[in-house]
Design a protein around this ligand. Structure first.
Ligand code: SD4
Length: 332
């Protein structure tokens, strides 16, 4: 989408936010080429690795399972993919060579769990679910999260894997001085976020990442933060984010998208409005890629990013495809 058109939609979006939902829906029909929903089950997830993740999630949906199980089992596939450099055990480490993983999960009843800075455990998303189900807390971090995972029988993995360690050593050698601002680009940001609507109309979401490659140790992005990397409201819709987590946190991104849907915006309009807010809040957009993906109770899907290149995988009874999201601008 061209910037000029987007600005127009942005203004329309502002008007929509004060309209009644029914009027907003009409506007949405006229002005947006979004993925139409039927209320039938659907699974969406970020980036091309979402195709394999969706296939696993769909097995749960197909057998009339719960969306929560679908979003957990779906992203577990990405977490175990050792070829993936930004999610799970194949992920890149922080500046000091430690692979620290972040994940969160949320269901239609607003139950949620999260882990951050988790090292050496193979399924952060399942640890996040355990935090949700077995503790009175929402989030565990660092050694506390790791101890909790071990106490609950989670498998350990040695990270970084050999190839990743080699890359990290090369990167380290190349650094003239210790990074204050690690380099960021769209190739090292590939979180998997997944949203699912099951046959009973239940929504759930998950998000898991190794975060910003070569980040400052201790850095946590948006992905494990409920409201930033993921948010689900069982009466409205769900959203997840990918890209530069710092920018997503600044606008409570996924929560913002869901709240905009609550006000009557379609998932597509809500993603566009959230991206517009990110653009407004950042003077320097160099390398600042963020993409949002959203799903409502009707099964309508929306996606939008600051720069070109963001895509998402969609699986339903009749579709199984990778879709390019609309965006505000081309990469420079
Ligand atoms: C982060 N948002 O840690 C994550 C990274 C990411 O696509 O999304 N990559 O900031």
């Amino acid at each position: 989408m061209k910037r000029r058109n987007f600005v127009k939609l942005g203004l329309a979006g502002a008007a929509v936010s004060v309209m009644k939902p029914s009027m907003a829906a009409q506007l949405s029909e006229k002005q947006h080429n979004h993925e139409m929903g039927t209320g039938a089950p659907v699974v969406v997830s970020t980036w091309s690795h979402g195709m394999a993740a969706n296939a696993s999630a769909w097995k749960v949906i197909e057998s009339k399972g719960h969306a929560l199980d679908a979003v957990e089992q779906g992203v577990m596939v990405t977490e175990m993919d050792i070829a993936n450099r930004s999610v799970g055990i194949g992920g890149r480490p922080d500046r000091d060579g430690h692979v620290t993983l972040d994940a969160c999960i949320m269901d239609e009843e607003s139950r949620c769990g999260a882990v951050a800075c988790l090292e050496g455990i193979d399924h952060p998303i399942s640890v996040a679910r355990k935090v949700m189900e077995e503790t009175p807390h929402v989030m565990l971090v660092g050694s506390g999260a790791r101890d909790f995972a071990l106490e609950h029988g989670f498998g350990q993995t040695k990270t970084p894997i050999k190839e990743v360690k080699k890359d990290w050593k090369k990167w380290k050698k190349e650094q003239k001085e210790m990074v204050k601002k690690p380099e960021i680009n769209h190739e090292n940001h590939d979180t998997v976020g997944m949203l699912a609507l099951d046959a009973k109309g239940r929504l759930s979401g998950s998000c898991t990442t190794s975060g910003w490659a070569y980040k400052i140790p201790g850095r946590v992005g948006d992905s494990p933060i409920i409201g930033a990397g993921l948010f689900v409201d069982g009466h409205v819709g769900a959203a997840c984010a990918t890209g530069m987590g710092e920018a997503v946190i600044r606008i409570a991104g996924s929560h913002t998208v869901v709240e905009l849907m609550r006000q009557g915006l379609s998932p597509q309009q809500a993603c566009e409005a959230a991206v517009e807010r990110i653009i407004q809040k950042h003077k320097d957009l160099t390398g600042l890629q963020v993409g949002f993906l959203a799903l409502n109770l009707e099964g309508e899907v929306g996606a939008y990013s600051v720069y070109s290149g963001f895509n998402y995988a969609l699986k339903s009874n009749v579709r199984d495809e990778l879709i390019d999201a609309n965006y505000d601008r081309e990469w420079d």
